[in-house]
Design a protein around this ligand. Structure first.
Ligand SMILES: Cc1ncc(COP(=O)(O)O)c(C=O)c1O
Length: 438
């Protein structure tokens, strides 16, 4: 099935070069396991788990069945002052795999909503315990925290911010951790840069800790082009937050659910945040859902005052949607049965070997990896940033491989069910595309 020009007209596509796309649409019509099928019937290897979300691969029977059954059983239940059993069952199952210290689940519908929820929770937490002056939020340059106003305010990707006015007030940013001069082609965590965390001390000295509610970072920054935290960096950030009573929020929207070799990156790096945002892999990308994980300390601070009153004035019509809860339970079953939440740890060695073999191919100026996440940075075409990587993306698509690019970095995040033969296919295709690239 192909679409003609008139049919392509009405849909204003998100984060897409609309005019380019509509001249040569890339349409996906089916998916199974590691592969999409396009509208011409071609098989396309999924090198990015859809969009960092289809961690168990496509068309998984337990998830499909769970969604189908749920739609016929309970299509909707109001989440305010009411609930349905699967919302509790899912929260209990999630609490069992969270890093120690986190124990409560607040449901949202996306990563962006999770981020804004966590930011609000952090500010309100300080207020309910009598430190209402702690309202300042600290993000990091090059951070990506979704597209809502809270998320773009603490985010640090200029294209996502510059069009949208003044955003939230009272936000500042620590410096990013990218340091190619010292760390280019590091395998796994770079050796240099733990001291970048000290930039938080600079902001504390500027604003005073008594005004700062929270710091939010991605443990592994994905959307900005795969930046791996230097050794010791996250530990140092945790120490500085503790010293000043600042909450630490990990945005694990892409690192959650097995991407780095453990259920969560917090476990991979041995650093526990006070709040964690998740989405994507929570339902294997099948039904929109996100969540914020909170510590008992934060949750319990809200549980005061008269018992008939609402403690946290926040939530969404579709928080804990029955279809999403069912999909998430089917997803957790699939992850557990197939050991997928730790499978990246088994596959990362071969993945890293093939990924780092891209060093020396045309235009490659850095390669970065962690678990089943890979980044290949290309030198930009003179005067045309992002074009070279986009051309590689188009070439790969042509040859039956879906990758993602951000600026001039190619990002890879395949489903965790990946086998060695798929890894070979990814890098053989990429190598060819790099060699053809202008
Ligand atoms: C770290 C991070 N936070 C938040 C988001 C936003 O998630 P969503 O697109 O579901 O709103 C993303 C999406 O890629 C992300 O990578």
């Amino acid at each position: 099935m192909s679409l003609d020009a008139a049919q392509l007209d009405a849909y204003w596509m998100p984060f897409t070069a609309n005019r380019q796309f509509k001249k040569a649409p890339r349409l996906l019509t089916r998916a199974d396991g590691m592969f999409f099928t396009d509208d011409k019937g071609r098989q396309v290897l999924d090198g990015i788990a859809g969009l960092w979300c289809v961690n168990a691969g496509h068309n998984r029977p337990r998830i499909v069945q769970a969604i189908q059954n749920q739609a016929a059983e309970l299509d909707f239940a109001p989440p305010f002052q009411m609930a349905h059993p699967k919302a509790f069952e899912l929260a209990e199952r999630l609490a069992a795999i969270m890093p120690k210290g986190l124990s409560k689940v607040f449901y949202t519908n996306s990563g962006s909503e999770s981020v804004d929820t966590a930011l609000k929770m952090a500010i309100a937490y300080h207020r309910v315990r009598g430190e209402g002056a702690r309202t300042r939020l600290i993000g990091r340059e090059r951070g990506y925290h979704g597209v809502n106003f809270g998320g773009i305010s603490v985010g640090g990707m200029v294209a996502n911010r510059k069009m949208f006015g003044t955003m939230l007030g009272g936000v500042d940013h620590i410096r990013h951790t990218h340091d190619p001069a010292r760390n280019a082609f590091s395998v796994g965590q770079p050796a240099h840069g733990a001291e970048f965390a000290d930039d938080l001390e600079r902001l504390v000295a500027l604003h005073d800790a008594s005004t700062i509610a929270a710091v939010i970072v991605e443990p592994v920054a994905g959307s900005t082009g795969v930046l791996i935290p230097p050794q010791g960096y996250l530990q140092r950030l945790r120490e500085i937050c503790d010293k000043h009573g600042i909450l630490l929020i990990f945005d694990e929207v892409i690192t959650g659910f097995g991407r780095t070799g453990n259920p969560f990156a917090a476990q991979t790096f041995g650093v526990t945040p006070d709040l964690m945002t998740v989405a994507k892999g929570l339902t294997n990308g099948c039904v929109p859902m996100g969540a914020v994980f909170a510590s008992d300390k934060i949750h319990d601070a809200f549980m005061n005052g008269p018992e008939h009153l609402i403690e946290f004035f926040h939530g969404y019509t579709y928080s804990a949607h029955p279809l999403a809860c069912a999909a998430a339970l089917g997803t957790l079953d699939t992850y557990a049965e197939e050991g997928l939440l730790t499978r990246a740890a088994e596959m990362q060695g071969y993945f890293a070997e093939c990924l780092h073999a891209m060093k020396g191919e045309p235009h490659v100026i850095d390669v970065r990896n962690m678990g089943l996440v890979g980044g290949i940075e290309l030198s930009p075409l003179p005067g045309e940033p992002a074009k070279r990587a986009f051309n590689v993306f188009l070439d790969c698509w042509d040859k039956g491989l879906l990758i993602r690019t951000t600026g001039d970095t190619i990002a890879l995040s395949p489903p965790l069910i990946i086998e060695r033969s798929h890894i070979d296919q990814i890098f053989d295709t990429l190598r060819g595309a790099l060699r053809r690239a202008a």
